[in-house]
Design a protein around this ligand. Structure first.
Ligand SMILES: O=C([O-])CC(=O)C(=O)O
Ligand SMILES: [Mg+2]
Length: 215
């Protein structure tokens, strides 16, 4: 189970993240609903696994949690059709797209990239690898997140604007997808700040849960 995770870390494959894929999350930050997927990359050096701590980046005053379903790609492909897309899914991973919201707000205002806001060390905590068969319907699964035991995010992947097959097809028009790549599919509403000492617990239905401490 964990071997695939170790493998995608060692391969150093890319993390392609999708922004604003849930209407309610776009709305809560005052952003328009996108007509096309918004894509950004996180470096593989941002991965951490349970036992490692989330570190608030230097000079960040608003570190936000975003719980997301991650798709792990099983084979290389370009220009994958929507019909073929699910054949490229090797499994799933529960992920946090930790975001330095103040950095992102500043970047948005200045028309600058989000790399620092989204790609700093420890910004991509992930669960153990989830086998494809364990998650029979990725298009309808609960995503939840608690901070210090208080529920903050409680959504369903059924509210995604762009479906998993659509995202795989769209992304692969521009980026070659490779074995071990991870696609982060966006966060539902309820994002918010965390502080030093907070414990973040997140889960995918009752299939998997994970815990990370902010330090
Ligand atoms: O920072 C944002 O709001 C965009 C994003 O990653 C998401 O919607 O998951
Ligand atoms: Mg996100």
């Amino acid at each position: 189970m964990a071997s695939m995770l170790t493998q995608f870390r060692q391969l150093g494959r890319k993390i392609v993240a999708v922004g604003r894929n849930y209407r309610a999350h776009a709305a809560e930050l005052g952003n328009p609903v996108p007509k096309k997927p918004i894509l950004f990359l996180k470096p593989t050096s941002s991965y951490i696994t349970e036992g490692e701590k989330i570190r608030i980046p230097e000079e960040c005053s608003s570190l936000h949690h975003e719980v997301e379903l991650g798709i792990v790609i099983s084979k290389n492909g370009c220009r994958i059709s929507e019909q073929e897309a699910m054949n490229y899914v090797g499994g799933y991973v529960l992920a946090l797209d930790m975001t330095a919201r103040d950095f992102q707000d500043e970047a948005k205002k200045k028309g600058q990239p989000w790399s620092l806001a989204k790609g700093f060390d420890t910004s991509c905590p992930v669960s153990n690898f989830i086998d494809k068969d364990t998650l029979s319907d990725p298009s309808n699964v609960r995503l939840w997140l608690k901070v210090n035991n208080a529920i903050k995010q409680d959504g369903s992947t059924s509210d995604m604007i762009f479906s998993i097959p659509y995202l795989i097809s769209y992304i692969s028009k521009y980026f070659k997808l490779e074995e071990g790549d991870v696609i982060l599919t966006g966060t539902p509403e309820g994002v918010g700040p965390v502080s030093n000492g907070d414990v973040i617990e997140a889960g995918l239905g009752d299939i998997i849960s994970m815990k990370f401490t902010v330090e």
